[in-house]
Design a protein around this ligand. Structure first.
Ligand SMILES: Nc1ncnc2c1ncn2[C@@H]1O[C@H](COP(=O)(O)OP(=O)(O)OP(=O)(O)O)[C@@H](O)[C@H]1O
Ligand SMILES: [Mg+2]
Length: 262
């Protein structure tokens, strides 16, 4: 028979054990929650850092672009307009011979034509006009023919259904894709010394796919000197804008292969 004392002490021990269990459970929950929260904070910090880097890259590119436009305007436009202005003043000098007038006028005509060509080039660089009229399909075809040098560099573009891959509503995103392709091509030429570049584009229902490859020297993606420059960072932020998945592969002497689905 259990006596009263034993019963009381059994109850007390059970109670103490219960309290201990509850306390340790609470402590465990507290610390594991703390750990989870800490992990979340670290993840958020990383995200913020990445976004800051992207923003930084975007700002730097904008600055670089502004400098380039300023330089183009200064070197290509201002200097030529100066020449035109100077020549126009010469024309007002009294007693010029017919030959002198002819020379000055032809100089003005020549330089004006160059100014026109420069303004056309600068504005085309800013926004290829072909986009608005014909869409990205034709814009890429034009880019390929601009870069192709027979015998030295072949830039192929294939789009199996010859289709425009953007609808009217998402037309504003097509410039991102075009700039991505432009940077990839520039890198293939500048770093890869490629002689053959293949661009493939298709659209299946709502999904679009870009496949890109070059036959250049490639590079070791693990190496320190293969660090992302502004170009690759810009590609990443454009991919993010397109809400796409980007895969970049390369190795020494293996060229570069890229897929982008969005
Ligand atoms: N197609 C390629 N072939 C060989 N190396 C490449 C290729 N694309 C990129 N790289 C390597 O990746 C690096 C980063 O490229 P990224 O475009 O970011 O910078 P960059 O071209 O050096 O400078 P920026 O584009 O800002 O003018 C390059 O310096 C180069 O080493
Ligand atoms: Mg680059």
């Amino acid at each position: 028979m259990i006596n009263d004392r034993e019963l009381v002490s059994a109850i007390v021990y059970t109670f103490i054990a219960f309290i201990l269990l509850t306390v340790s459970l609470l402590v465990f929950i507290y610390y594991s929650r703390k750990k989870i929260i800490q992990k979340e904070i670290e993840k958020k910090d990383l995200e913020i850092k990445y976004q800051k880097e992207m923003l930084n890259a975007a700002i730097l590119t904008q600055e670089k672009e502004r400098k380039r436009i300023a330089r183009d305007l200064h070197d290509d436009i201002s200097s030529k307009i100066n020449i035109i202005s100077l020549n126009s003043h010469f024309l007002t000098v009294p007693n010029l011979s017919e030959q002198e007038i002819k020379n000055i006028t032809s100089n003005i005509v020549d330089v004006s034509a160059k100014v026109l060509e420069s303004t056309r080039r600068i504005s085309h660089d800013l926004l290829p006009p072909i986009f608005e009229e014909f869409g990205i399909h034709v814009a890429i075809e034009e880019l390929c023919s601009n870069y192709t040098i027979p015998g030295d560099l072949m830039v192929n573009y294939s789009n199996p259904f010859k289709q425009e891959i953007f609808d009217e509503i998402d037309r504003k995103t097509h410039l991102h894709l075009f700039r991505i392709i432009q940077e990839l091509v520039n890198n293939s030429i500048k770093h890869g010394k490629a002689t053959k570049i293949d661009i493939y584009l298709e659209k299946k229902k709502k999904n679009r796919l870009l496949k890109y490859k070059d036959n250049g020297v490639g590079f070791d993606m693990q190496k320190e000197n293969a660090k992302k420059g502004l170009g690759m960072k810009n590609i990443e932020s454009r991919v993010e804008f397109l809400d796409g998945k980007f895969k970049f592969d390369s190795a020494v002497n293996q060229g570069v292969q890229v897929t982008l689905s969005f």
